[in-house]
Design a protein around this ligand. Sequence first.
Ligand code: NAD
Length: 477
Amino acid sequence: MQMTHYPEIQLYIDGRWKSAPGQPVINPADETEIGVVPHATTQDLDAALQAAEKGLRVWRHTSPAERTRVILKASQIIRERVDDMARTMTLEQGKPLDQARLEIIRGCEIIEWDANEGRRVYGRVIPAEDGMRHTVLRQPIGVVAAFSPWNFPMSSPARKVAGALSSGCAIILKASEETPAGAVQLVRAFHDAGLPAGVLNLVFGQPAEISSYLIPKPVVRLVTFTGSIPVGKQLAEMTGRHMKPSIMELGGHGPVIVCDDVDPVATAATSVVGKSRNAGQVCVSPTRFFVQQDIYKRFTEAFAEKAKAIKVGDGLDPSTQMGPLANVRRLEAMETLVANAKNKGARVLAGGSRLGNRGYFFPLTVLADVPDDARAMQQEPFGPLALINPVRTLDEAIDKANALPYGLAAYAFTRSAANAERIAADVEVGNLSINHFVASSAETPFGGVKESGYGREGGTEGLACYTVVKNVSHRTA
Ligand code: NAD
């Protein structure tokens, strides 16, 4: 296997890279230390705040055409570096190389769409009596504090950076300490593309210390967070106390409604691919399968058979289909959830326990007939667990899909237009995909309802979150 170099991880403040002591970065495939992520001091955070304030003054007055040019150049640079970046991502996060490449290309698509759309952030002129004009301006909201997680080391920060910069905002990004290189390489591309100093800043450290330091600062006008619901609630309390808008992209517990008018074997095969993506460590991962009774047996058998065939291994090995879990916490969570479900009476049809004792490998695990009171049915597994249960009717499936406080992504498989209409009308989520497992793309709004959060990333709705509306009422005569 080709050796892969792991880049030096540094802070990036006011256009300059800075080394500092910090904590080790671990390769989840073999538990070795591959690098060190520096921790920002409060002086560093103050410097980032000052730099962002200065960067905002420059960037909001830069023409949209010039902003677009710089952002698109950064994306071009990333595309040229995709192979190197993908290997780094696999090393720090574990996902197979082809999925890492896909994430980076997808990140570029998001950056490019936002950059182009940033030229079309229009205002409005509202008709008024003679001698009066009302003009609605859409202005950049200001400095953004962004917090991105470890499951998508490049595309999650890319969404936040692209949204902010395309709207004329400056940003301080605190990316994940566990997978920091994705963000470092993203930021390096913007640096190399000639982004003015201060517009984009990157810090790492103790997440709670950084968020509680940055969020109350008057210069910060928007907070965007992707991560767990408990942390999202803490940050939402803080943003509320300081009257700051926020985008909260939190967890999900993806229901999948499988109607009896589809091919159960083909749907099971597609579902296994959807479930295995990023070893299930995806907020939109399909998790609770509600399958109509007539096809339940054939669906579960096919699902288990395909799941057993998924090759788990080091993501750098081209034959690997599912890499290790990204950290030891996920491994422990899978073991606990499976043990609890078994105790409650669930049947284990595939997987179920850790593979080997070096690296955080856990197989795609299929549990059938899982009681509603099993913890996995209520708590987001955020790992390779598929829970399959029979339902008699579509009404029952929809009730079960809506039973949890989550509302991020849902999926449905049916050939019936009437079923699809009913599901689209009544399933409580921000993103519903029918007959496929892609929950979002660059041009579509992505986000949750209920405890899965608020605000949107992507699409015109996403960009709108980075602007404020000002009405200028002008008597001209
Ligand atoms: P966690 O709750 O400790 O942390 C979740 C994320 O929030 C991490 O990226 C962490 O660095 C960050 N974080 C934690 N405390 C913070 C704070 N006070 N201020 C700012 N950032 C903070 O859980 P974890 O073990 O890292 O991840 C597991 C859970 O997180 C999963 O069960 C899943 O629900 C959720 N998660 C969701 C997403 C998503 O895409 N929505 C991504 C990663 C993790």
